[in-house]
Each structure stands twice: as structure tokens, then as C-alpha cells.
Design a protein around this ligand. Structure first.
Ligand code: ASP
Length: 595
């Protein structure tokens, strides 16, 4: 039997006092005060205090059996709490339910960890019992936020005349540059599907079909090494539009993000969003996904120290490297020990060879750690160029380009975090544009597309494709929020010949192009509109909006660091018969995990 509830556990207030109600939920904390039993009854909407008095002996005896996480229903009367018992932290804190009848739907064994915020149990235990961890109010809120988010996204695109179209999950490998997850085909021996790294080729084909404006909230799969902000399967808002340029895609994405921010977390964001070119981002912040919630912009000292007597500086510049600095405010009196420890951390975390500094403090004046090799004028010029003032600390790295920029980018972020320079309430959106079209892959000894091979080069650079591919800029753009890349896209090549040229540059010959992307090249023969699009990473966006720092807090059933689901034990070994049907034989030694 189920009692139909009249209210949820987060709903009753002083206005309901005197009403007869029914609640269903889980038993939370339980207190027995001299015969009167108080229980926090919990459901996804909140907590309501219920009370069993001693007057009804039978009911009281039944209540004594209740343990945490039992699922129960109660009928009773809403009563006001005495002034001293009002709990202002609870939405229902002004009332309690005097229980008149109780039904126990199911009992519960002692759970492996308590259902409360900030549990300290290890991650694998929490993931093994994920369905219990999901009862935590924090996680319930972030999953709810995600559900609201989807509603905003869908209504936005619906209002703007986009069509939601599903694309296959079993498909041909896509060119996003990661490893594929493969699915063997039983009925086509020896052949495999790939799970989509993105629906890139399909959405372009939909433009060829004339659908004009497409979106999809879609699962994508990339077999990569995992990090805190990566999961093997993740969700994208995938978008493609015809007859557009970069500006159209950006402004539509800005409108979407503004709506989402307002509707999910009540945050107004100013648009248009700021824009930086890729080169500016690297030069100013040492990364193509800068966190612009704080300054600490990079100063380039290379020209100032090119001719200095300090060999590390002059030879670095001579060899085409750079000498860079950032100014950390109010740290000019950092002691010797602290600087040594910082140097060690910088070496470990950024890979830099060493750390040079200039301290500015009232006691010592301006003091550079390699001052004896530099003239006072050079040190002063560096201080000026870094906008440093009395009380500040200038940190300097020297090294080859581009590594030294990356190292400085990491150091900047370290300093921002350690010295609390980041405004944690801010949401800083930023477009990064004008990416290089290709990058040289030292290991593979060939060019790789920085975005993907369908991204168009900028018109002005097309004639350099053959001779100076490194200097060709693409029509790609990334959307960055608080230092995370939350989306990226591009205007596509829609001309078959240019696409073939691009493949050639990437070392994909005609035969390989035909094998891998023949269907797309074929489609381009029959009338292709100019088109472009973007994909936004839902998990990362949710992580930022919910204030967390792990993707696992915003995905109902995430994988652990080893791409495993510890709850159901997948990936798992399979029955040899199944492998046989799939025409697959395992390498000797990997059967049952011995490999
Ligand atoms: N398919 C790309 C990605 O998943 C996004 C795009 O170019 O639209 O990163």
C-alpha cells in the first residue's frame, strides 16, 4: 500500500499549521528525548521534523523500530514549534508534524556512510554506493540544477527556430583527435563501429540536407587519460548553423549562456563577451584558456635583458626564447625560506628550471635575486615594465618559447589561488579567436589540426597553406569561463577542393581521405551551404555553475580515474561465447585480466 502524499518534505510552513497532512520520505537523524521521538524526514525537496508522542502506545512502539534510511509514510497534524525550537536554517523550520499514523515501506541496513554533506569517505566507496551518495542534499541540488539547465537550453533553441535532431551512437570514427571507443559488429565480422567523439560529420551533413539550424544535447565518448575535468563519456550541447559567420555563432551562444545563467543561478552576465586572439591570450596569460577573474598579466622582459651580462637571460633571448615576469601584489617581503619553497613548487608544477625574483620592500628597497649580474637600470626597467610598486614581488622565468609561456601561465594561476586574488563569485566569459590552423606534431612528424580537419582557414591566409602552414590562422573560436574551456567551434570548410587541400596538409592522402571521410566529400558535391557551429561542454559548465571543482559532482553516475564504474563493475570481462559471436579472440594473457 502507498499513501498519496499531500505535501513534500520541503514545503510545510506556519501557514499550514492545523492541517492534516501525509508525507513520505527517508528517516534522517533521529532523537529520543525522554520518550518523545523526533525524526528528520527527508525527500528530495527538503526535511521536515516529525514527532511521535508517548500518548499512542502502539504507534510509539512502531516508531521505536525506525532506523536511519528506513522509507516511511506518516499521517499527522502540522503543529507550530515553540519559539526556542524554531530552526531558521530549514524552510520547514517553523513547524513539526505530530504523527497520528505510520507506515513502514521498507527497512534499511546501516549504510556504508552517513547521508550528509561533506562526508569524508574515500571516493571509490562513494562511487560504489553512488545511489546512496546521490541522496546527499548537495548532489541532489546539482542534479536538479542540471535538469533546470536542460530546460533552459531546449527552450532557448526552440524559441530561436533550431531543430533538435538525434544522430547515431553507432557510427564511423570521427576526427576529434582522441582514441575511439569501438563496438564490434556481430553481423559484419571484423568490422567495428566507433562511439561518437562528437557528431561533427553528421551535423555538417544535416546542413547539406538543408536543416539550417540544428542542436542536440548529446553524449560523446573519448578514450583519453582522465583528469579532474575530464570523463570518458561526457555531454555536449552540439550546434550547427548555415549561412553564418563567427559573429552569428558567438552572439547566439552568448544569448544562450545569458539565459542559462539567469534562469539557473539568477546571475546576470554582460554581453558581448570579451574577446582575445590566441596570440594575445598566450602572451598575456600564458594559456589559451585564461582565467580573467584576476590580473597578474605577463610582462615580457626579453628586449630589456637581451644584452645583459646575465647569461641565462641573454642566451635565452638569443636562442629565440623569452624572459617573462608577473607581479604578485603585497608579497615583496617574502622571506628566504618561503621563496625557496615556492621555487621548489614552481619547478615541480610548471617544469621551469628555476625562479628569479625582484622584491620591493621598504627595508631592502628593490632587490633582484640575480642583481649582481644586472645593472640597476635594467632591474628598474623590469620593475617598470611589470608595473610593480613598493611592497610587490616580481617573479621571473626564462626559457624557450612556447614552454616558458605555459610555465608562466601555471605560475600565474598558482599565485592567483595561493594569494586569494580570484573573485570566486565572478563569472568571466571570454572568447578566444584566431587560433593557428595546424600545429606540428613532433612525435608523429606531421601537422595536426588544432581544432579538427573541417575547420576553415582564414581567407587572408589561404594562399599560405602550402608554404607557411604554421602562420595560417583558422576560423575557430573557444568559449572560456573562469579558466575552463567550456566550448569550441568553427566556421567549416564547405568547398570540396579546399577540404582536400587541408587533408593533404595533414598528411591524409586521397585514398585515406576517401576511406575515412568519403561520405562527407561526396555530400559536398551536391550543393553545400556555408556553415559553422559550436559544441558546449555541459559537465564543465555545470561544475562551474554549481561551484564545485569535480565533474563527478554533476554527473549522476560518473566513472572513476581509471575509467571504471565501480558500482556495477564495468568494464567487465565477458563470456568467451560472446566474444566468439563477435569473431574476437583475446591476446594470450589478457583473458580475465592477466594481461
Ligand atoms: N565537434 C567539435 C567538438 O566536439 C565542436 C565543433 O566544432 O562544433 O569539439
Amino acid at each position: 500500500m502507498v499513501w498519496n502524499r499531500t505535501h513534500n518534505c520541503g514545503e510545510l510552513t506556519a501557514e499550514n499549521i492545523g492541517e492534516e497532512i501525509i508525507l513520505n520520505g527517508w528517516v534522517g537523524t533521529r532523537r529520543d528525548l525522554g520518550g518523545v521521538i523526533f525524526i528528520d524526514l527527508r525527500d528530495r525537496e527538503g526535511i521536515t521534523q516529525i514527532v511521535f508522542n508517548e500518548t499512542d502506545k502502539q504507534l510509539h512502539e512502531k516508531a521505536e523500530q525506525l532506523r536511519t534510511e528506513y522509507v516511511i509514510g506518516v499521517q499527522g497534524k502540522v503543529d507550530e514549534r515553540d519559539d526556542e525550537n524554531i530552526n531558521p536554517k530549514l524552510a520547514t523550520g517553523e513547524v513539526e508534524i505530530v504523527v497520528e499514523d505510520l507506515i513502514i515501506y521498507s527497512e534499511a541496513e546501516t549504510t556504508p556512510f552517513e547521508i550528509k554533506e561533506d562526508i569524508e569517505t574515500g571516493e571509490d566507496i562513494r562511487l560504489k554506493y553512488r545511489y546512496l551518495e546521490l541522496r546527499r542534499p548537495e548532489l541532489q541540488q546539482s542534479i536538479k540544477l542540471r535538469s533546470d539547465f536542460y530546460q533552459s537550453v531546449r527552450s532557448f533553441y526552440h524559441e530561436h527556430n533550431f531543430m533538435e535532431i538525434e544522430t547515431p551512437v553507432l557510427m564511423k570514427s570521427t576526427p576529434e583527435g582522441a582514441r575511439d571507443y569501438l563496438v564490434p559488429s556481430r553481423v559484419n565480422p571484423g568490422r567495428f563501429f566507433a562511439l561518437p567523439q562528437s557528431p561533427q560529420t553528421y551535423k555538417q551533413l544535416l546542413m547539406v540536407s538543408g536543416f539550417d539550424r540544428y542542436f542536440q544535447i548529446v553524449k560523446c565518448f573519448r578514450d583519453e587519460d582522465l583528469r579532474a575535468d575530464r570523463q570518458p563519456e561526457f555531454t555536449q550541447i552540439d550546434v550547427e548553423m548555415s549561412f553564418v559567420d563567427e559573429k552569428n555563432i558567438m552572439s547566439s551562444t552568448e544569448a544562450l549562456m545569458s539565459k542559462i545563467m539567469a534562469e539557473t543561478i539568477g546571475e546576470e552576465v554582460a554581453s558581448p563577451f570579451e574577446q582575445l586572439t590566441y596570440d594575445e591570450a598566450i602572451k598575456t596569460y600564458g594559456t589559451d584558456k585564461p582565467d580573467t577573474r584576476f590580473g597578474l598579466e605577463i610582462a615580457d622582459f626579453s628586449e630589456l635583458v637581451r644584452d645583459s651580462a646575465f647569461n641565462i637571460f641573454s642566451s635565452t633571448v638569443e636562442k629565440g626564447g623569452a624572459v617573462l615576469g608577473i607581479t604578485v601584489p603585497d608579497q615583496g617581503d617574502m622571506g628566504r625560506g618561503a621563496i625557496d619553497r615556492l621555487t621548489e613548487r614552481v619547478q615541480q608544477k610548471t617544469g621551469a628550471g628555476g625562479l628569479i625574483y625582484i622584491k620591493l620592500n621598504e627595508d631592502d628597497g628593490v632587490k633582484c635575486s640575480v642583481g649582481k649580474f644586472l645593472t640597476d637600470e635594467t632591474v628598474d626597467a623590469m620593475v617598470d615594465s611589470a608595473d610593480a610598486e613598493m611592497g610587490d614581488l616580481v617573479l621571473i622565468l626564462a626559457g624557450p618559447d612556447p614552454e616558458v609561456y605555459q610555465q608562466m601561465g601555471k605560475l600565474r594561476l598558482m599565485m592567483g589561488k595561493e594569494h586569494n586574488l580570484i573573485d570566486s563569485d565572478a563569472f568571466n566569459f571570454l572568447w578566444v579567436t584566431d587560433f593557428p590552423l595546424v600545429e606540428w606534431d613532433r612525435d608523429g612528424k606531421r601537422y595536426q589540426a588544432l581544432h579538427h580537419p573541417f575547420t576553415a582557414p582564414q581567407d587572408k591566409d589561404i594562399d599560405q597553406l602550402e608554404d607557411k602552414p604554421d602562420s595560417v590562422k583558422s576560423r575557430a573560436y573557444d568559449l572560456v569561463l573562469n579558466g575552463y574551456e567550456i566550448g569550441g567551434g568553427s566556421i567549416r570548410i564547405h568547398d570540396r577542393d579546399l577540404q582536400m587541400k587541408m587533408f593533404e596538409l595533414l598528411g591524409i592522402d586521397e585514398q585515406e581521405a576517401e576511406e575515412r571521410f568519403g561520405f562527407l566529400l561526396e555530400a559536398f558535391k551536391y550543393g553545400t551551404p556555408p556553415h559553422g557551429g559550436i559544441a558546449l561542454g555541459v559537465d564543465r559548465i555545470m561544475m562551474i555553475l554549481s561551484g564545485g571543482n569535480s565533474l563527478r559532482d554533476v554527473i549522476a553516475f560518473p566513472k572513476n580515474q581509471n575509467a571504471q564504474s565501480v558500482m556495477d563493475g564495468s568494464p567487465d570481462f565477458v563470456d568467451p561465447k560472446q566474444l566468439d559471436e563477435l569473431h574476437i579472440r583475446l591476446k594470450r594473457g589478457v583473458e580475465m585480466g592477466q594481461g
